[in-house]
Structure formats: C-alpha cells, structure tokens
Design a protein around this ligand. Sequence first.
Ligand code: 5AD
Ligand code: SF4
Length: 424
Amino acid sequence: MNEYDSDFLAQSLIQSGLLPVDDPARADLILINTCTVREKPEQKAFSLFGRMARIKRRKPGLILGIVGCLAQQMGEGMIKRFPQIDFVMGPRELDRIQEILEQIYSGRTKIVATGLEAPPPQPTLCRGYFKGRITAFVSIMEGCNNFCSYCIVPYVRGREISRSPEKILIEAGNLIAEGVKEITLLGQNVNSYRWNEGKNVDFVYLLKKLNKLEGLLRLRFTTSHPKDLSDGLIKCFADLDKLCPHIHLPFQAGSNQVLKHMKRGYTREEYMERIAKLRKVRPDIAITSDVMVGFPGESREDFEMTLDLIKRVQFDGLFSFKYSDRKGTLAEKMDRKVGENEKGSRLSMLQVLQKQITLKKNKDLEGKRMDVLIEGYSKREGQLKGRTVTNKIVNLTCNTNKIGSLLNVFIKYGFLNSLQGELT
Ligand code: 5AD
Ligand code: SF4
C-alpha cells in the first residue's frame, strides 16, 4: 500500500512539472513516506528523518515533507520533534499534495494535514511512468473497521471506504495500456470491498469484472481477512482463469485464547477449515500468512499452538514479527506483557520451523515445469527474474530480453527464497 501511495505522489509531482532526481542531496523537495504498523519500520523512518534534516541544514531552501501513517499518528508532534520539517500529511490527504505545495511556495510553512474523512483519490496516470513495469498495484479500498487489539491501522488510515468499480476498471485499463501484465488489488481488507451506490457490488463481482480485461495476464489481491473469506470468493480460485492460485491470509496466532484477545473474529479451527476449503477448490494454491509472537498474555502453551498450526497448515511462506506496543491500541494497555528475550527466542524457534517447511516446498518443485512471468532483471548477475502463479521467485539465464513474457520454465533447484529455472 505504501509503494502504491508513493507512486501516486510521484505521478502527481511529475504532473505538476517537477522532475525526479536520483540523489536526495540534489533535490528541492523530499517526501518521506512512512509506516507505523510495527516498531521497526517506525525506527527506520526516524533515522531517515535525521539524515534528511542534515541535508536541509546545508540547503535551507529544501522543502521537507513527511507523509503516511507515522505522519498521521504524530501530526503536529512531528514538527515539534523535527523543526526542519515543512509539512506533515496523512495517508487520507495525499491528493492535497499540489495544494499544500502551492501554500508552501507562497510562504506558508509547518502545515499539518491529517484529516481521515476524504474518499480515496483517483490517480491520474502520468504517461510513461509505468513504462517497463510488468506488475502494478491498484488500490480498491482504504482503511479498516476491524480494530484488532494490537493494530494501529484503523487509527491512521481511518474507516473502510471503497473506490467505485468504474474508477478501478479505468485505472486497471490504463495500466494495461502502459504494458502492465499483472495487477495486484490492494486494500487493508480487500474482501470487505463493497460499493453500494446504485448497485450492490462486492469483491467477487469486482474480481469477475477484472478477470475479463483484455491484455491482463494475472490478477492477485492482498490482504484478505480470514473472517470475511466467503465461499463465493474461495470459488473464484477455481472459476477465474486470471486469478493466481496464491492467497496471503494472516492468521496472527494459533491459540484461541490469544485470537480472542486480539479480537480477530475467528478460531484456529475456523481458520484451518477455510484453508481446507481453499485447497479443495484449488489443490495447487500457495498460502502465505502473517503471524506474531509475544502478544500480551501469550503463554508457552499458546505459543505451542501457533507452532502446531504452522505444522498443520504448511504455509509456503510466513512473515513473522515480535509483538510491539502501538500507541492508543487496546493491547498497549493490556498487562502480562511478554519479555523481549522471550519474544526473541519464540520468534527464532518459529522461523526455524517455517524455513524447513518453505525449503521442502520449494525443493518439491525441482524437476517440474512452471509458467513464469518475467518481471525484470535478477539480483543474480546476468539473469532474469520472474514469478510463478504461486508467487515464487524464479531466476533464470536467457539470451534474449524476455521481460514481460510468459515462459514455460524447467525448475532445476528450489532454494529458501527463490527457485532456479532453466529454459529447456
Ligand atoms: N506488533 C507486531 N506486529 C504487528 N502487526 C500489526 N500490528 C503489530 C504489532 N503491534 C503485523 C501483523 C500484520 C502485519 C502487517 O504486521 O502480523 O498482519
Ligand atoms: Fe489491522 Fe486487523 Fe485491520 Fe488488519 S484487519 S489492518 S490487523 S485492524
């Protein structure tokens, strides 16, 4: 979502006549897009502010803006802490960027734009901006109404609001016209997508419409909530030819007691039942998830239940985190906090287990042939990088430039984070 927001801002700025530079020291305007979902990205943002503030001390005319979720959360406090900052803008105010810059050019400074009411803006495509990009995001909804007890998102991105299906289809069509072959629909909770103006449009309806777009090869979405994963949506994985067989379905914890305190709205049994249904309609579906350890009150037994769920489900990949307090959330005020060392040792235990599962899954693909959409150059010298429908990275050597092509590739090796393919 942050990447999408950054692209939105970059396009708005280019359209207002600004040009991108590749070195921050040469810039006249620097925007830092921030995340506050966990403690780590927040710390990363603070250290970046320090570096940018040093550039501004040497170049006082530089305009420095902090945007995104951390800006939303800190508001005025951000400017008090970093007086070099000219403006602060939350994620629901991004389409005011040009107006705010006008105010700054005319001498106003220290602007705080942190409203949460505005509907999601419609990006106006900047011709050529997506040139050479094979994959792109399209936001379909903003915000979240779930208020999981550990999560800051509803406070910094506001309540759920969906974009009109017409706007979504226009944006997707524009991207395809620019050469994009794969679209990932974005939202904090995509499966609560609903558009009620005039007609009753839900997420399944939207997927069916997008699946018909000519020129589009692949369709993905993220992130969905297990409690809203309807049978209708599960069936789409069998019915829609462009919808890739991969779902990112965060489970967060394997103990019913912890899930209840997290206010997730499902039990471990219900989660596993959804997974079984997905695998029934689409046996080759890849499943990835998010999980955290050390939620307040999580006992050793609770943690064992998380390990047990991981063993049972056999995820293709897992993003795992240590719980961190987020200001103003319910969990922040809970007692029975788990110590840092204990959280650290639970996280490593969990990651060791998941690594074995991921590696085994990737090794099982050795000797198989898979369709790979080539996205660009690999980090491995002289190789191209692509993805399977199941979202696994494949590196391969190819003499001709096949970026944007769908190739049938022989999988020679399965590693932990990628597959090595061959064109035979
Ligand atoms: N502490 C740790 N992890 C968190 N996440 C969200 N809030 C917190 C928190 N307070 C994780 C969840 C979520 C992912 C985006 O970040 O696993 O799915
Ligand atoms: Fe946060 Fe829960 Fe909403 Fe996801 S569903 S954004 S974890 S409140």
